[in-house]
Design a protein around this ligand. Structure first.
Ligand SMILES: [Zn+2]
Length: 104
C-alpha cells in the first residue's frame, strides 16, 4: 500500500499508483510512503480469488456437487476478503503513521 504524506498539512492519505502524487489539500508534492503487503493482504487476495472463482462457477451454473455450500463459500470468502481488506488498510495506515512520526 502506498501513502501520500504532506509535510505541510501533516496529512497522511492512502494513495494509488495511478493517482497524482500531490497533496489533496495544498497541491504540493507529497512524500510517498510504501508499506509492504502483509499476510492479511495476501489472504485478502486469495479469498477474493476464491470468491471470484465461485462467482464464475455460479454464472456458469456449475454445481461441483457442493449444493448450497457453494453459496456459503462464495459470500463467505467475499465478506472475509472485505474484512481482511479493512484490517490490512488499518495496519498499513498505522505503520505509515509511525514512519512519518505521527503516532496515533
Ligand atoms: Zn498539503
Amino acid at each position: 500500500m502506498k501513502f501520500c504524506y504532506c509535510p505541510d498539512c501533516k496529512e497522511l492519505r492512502p494513495t494509488s499508483w495511478y493517482r497524482r502524487k500531490t497533496c489533496l489539500l495544498c497541491g504540493r508534492d507529497c512524500r510517498i510512503i510504501s508499506i509492504p503487503i502483509s499476510i492479511y493482504g495476501y489472504a485478502m487476495y486469495a479469498l477474493s480469488a476464491v470468491g471470484a472463482a465461485f462467482l464464475a462457477l455460479e454464472l456458469l451454473e456449475e454445481d461441483l456437487g457442493l449444493g448450497t455450500w457453494r453459496l456459503f463459500i462464495l459470500f463467505g470468502s467475499l465478506i472475509a476478503a472485505m474484512v481482511l481488506a479493512a484490517v490490512e488498510t488499518e495496519k498499513a495506515s498505522s505503520l505509515a503513521a509511525q514512519r512519518v512520526g505521527k503516532v496515533r
